[in-house]
Design a protein around this ligand. Sequence first.
Ligand code: 5GP
Length: 136
Amino acid sequence: MTIFDKILAGQIPCHKVYEDTHVLAFLDVNPIAPGHTLIIPKEAKAQLDELSDESAAAIGRVLPRLCRAVMAATGCTAYNVLQNNGGPAHQAVFHVHFHIIPKPDAESGLGIVWPAAKLDAAAGAALAKAIAGCVQ
Ligand code: 5GP
């Protein structure tokens, strides 16, 4: 049982901002900017790739609405939506969650290291074909 399952079960408190049949949203307990919000499915899955279409659709439906709410409440016009899967990808709580993180200015909010490389045309074509062949 993750800490988010305990929040869903009402065993530990949270600052709730939204709830429906499939989704709960609440403030992050260690915000990296004011208004840092977490959106979770009620379905207990660790990673996004495991999530049912029903939960995924429910999150997709409310995510932009919650972004607008965070913007309106905090006054931010820039923000990041972050979703980590797996320990090496900085996931700490193994229950699917999306972060909405206001980016008030260059110094605060989410900092990103983006080690971009140039896509090789032949390798890119092969990789796109391989991924496309795996879409179900
Ligand atoms: P991750 O690195 O897994 O994407 O992020 C997990 C997030 O969950 C962190 O930002 C962390 O602050 C937040 N978090 C961990 N435990 C709790 C908790 O008990 N309550 C709330 N509201 N947030 C939590």
